[in-house]
Design a binder for this molecule. Structure first.
Ligand code: PLZ
Length: 450
């Protein structure tokens, strides 16, 4: 199912880590110098090197260094970078037509992607979808639809939430730095309720954590003012926080009883990433609306809102859309990627990746007291880093670990409200040998703590 690790496979991109220059190498340094005079300083990059090619679990830079990809471009290239089936579908579609605008000249692949979303998202009810270009745009549209359908204004989000960088989604995102600081004023009628964060809320059970959130909403907003409760089934940028079991189901029941539209933001968790096609499935929760993006199209920009037909279709014709939403090249990529998720059972592969990584990370905890917790689901795993013997977040040690991995050619990302979480989001087609190599490097760096 995955490409083997023999040199020469992966259409020319060898699936092994190899550093042939210091990082960054000379060619990357040249581009970095040009960048500083042309690219806005507000756009930051994790890697100091510039990418030339990527395939499977490897990213190759412009100096010929090969890095192990434990980030998938933030959970996007789950089917593998430049997956041959996706690349071929993109090329074929680009040769036929690149754009008409679905609102001007519709085409079949848009319809087919919506049919696939109806089939794959949780629940067997009648569904409809609208296609868009980015995750933030999907969240914006979910809020539009929920407000139109309910005639209510208020939107409730969770602490530690991340929903995007547009004005409305900045308001919905929890963390000020770097996402919001200086960018206000923000959209109104956004209310934040406490999440379930098992490591940090003293073992509060899921239903208790949900009741704490509901009590806050009832007192501070009033259930009958709430259009939508928008939540990530596993908090992503906020720190890969898996809520205590029962949290989501209790909130879902409350939403149903109170006519509140439950929106699951599955932009990061969706498409097999967590070991199920969608993360809500782990808790048996069926949301009213689901937002998707990232993994949906193998790297092409595509996003969607999928939901109950009776909610979706309250919006008047012309009320939803956008020039690029459901671009035909992105739709072709999505149809190819979705076929790979199903054909190769990539959700099962995500579960296998989880057991392989946990098998290395859990034992490491007994040797490395700064690893407070290993958590996540499937190929969405993380370790939270604290001062040994306490829950005090250690962002400095976290940055040291991430930098140490990068210097050795393993691309890991960080996240978390306190900047103290190292996360692993490998492509689901990555070789076991590359996973083991990445874990060896991670352990070496962790154990070299000052
Ligand atoms: N909802 C749950 O994870 C994007 C953001 C990285 P866009 N997460 C990565 C960054 O620093 O910008 C995300 C998400 C969840 C919404 C979004 C937003 O998706 O495609 O980046 O707009």
């Amino acid at each position: 199912m995955t490409s083997g690790s023999a040199p020469g496979n992966g259409a020319g991109l060898v699936q092994t880590r190899s550093l042939v220059t210091p990082l960054p190498g000379p060619r990357s340094l040249e581009i970095a110098a040009r960048r500083s005079t042309a690219v806005a300083a507000g756009v930051a990059s994790m890697l100091p090197v510039y990418v030339a090619r990527a395939r499977g679990g490897i990213v190759e830079d412009v100096d010929g260094n090969r890095l192990v990809d434990m980030g998938s471009g933030i959970a996007v290239t789950s089917v593998g970078n430049a997956a041959p089936e996706v690349a071929a579908a993109v090329a074929a579609q680009a040769a036929d037509f690149t754009h008409t605008c679905f609102m001007v000249g519709p085409y079949e692949s848009y319809v087919a992607v919506c049919e696939a979303l109806s089939r794959l998202t949780p629940g067997s009810h009648e569904k409809r979808s609208v296609l868009l270009s980015s995750g933030a745009e999907a969240v914006e549209n979910a809020v539009k639809i929920a407000r139109r359908a309910t005639g209510r204004d208020a939107v409730v989000v969770l602490d530690h939430a991340y929903h995007g960088r547009t004005n409305l989604t900045m308001a919905m995102t929890a963390k000020a730095m770097p996402y919001k600081a200086g960018f206000g004023p923000f959209a109104s009628e956004i209310y934040r309720a406490p999440a379930s964060y098992p490591l940090r809320d003293g073992g509060l059970a899921g239903d208790e954590a949900a009741r704490r959130a509901i009590s806050m909403i009832d007192k501070q907003v009033g259930a009958d003012a709430v259009a939508a409760l928008v939540l990530e089934p596993i908090l992503g940028e906020g720190g890969f926080i898996v809520p205590a079991s029962g949290f989501l189901a209790t909130l879902a029941a409350w939403a149903r009883q109170n006519g509140v539209v439950l929106v699951a933001d599955e932009i990061q968790t969706g498409f097999a990433r967590t070991g199920a096609m969608f993360a809500c499935e782990h808790e048996g929760v069926v949301p009213d609306l689901v937002t998707t993006a990232k993994g949906i199209a193998g790297g092409l920009p595509l996003a969607a809102v999928t939901g109950r037909a009776e909610l979706m279709d309250t919006v008047h014709p012309g009320g939803l859309g956008g020039t690029y939403g459901g671009n035909p090249v992105a739709c072709a990529a999505a149809l190819a990627a979705i076929e790979l998720y199903e054909r190769d059972d990539l959700a099962a592969r995500a579960r296998a990746i989880e057991s392989r990584l946990r098998g290395r990370l859990e034992p490491l905890r007994s040797e490395a007291p700064q690893l407070a917790e290993v958590r996540g689901r499937g190929a969405m795993l993380a370790v939270e880093i604290t001062r040994p013997g306490s829950l005090e977040p250690d962002a400095v040690e976290t940055a040291r670990i991430a930098r140490g991995c990068l210097e050795r050619g393993v691309l890991v990302l960080t996240c978390g409200t306190y900047g103290n979480v190292v996360r692993f989001l490998p492509p689901l087609v990555i070789d076991d040998a590359l996973l083991d190599d990445a874990m060896d490097v991670f352990a070496e760096v962790v154990l070299a703590a000052p």
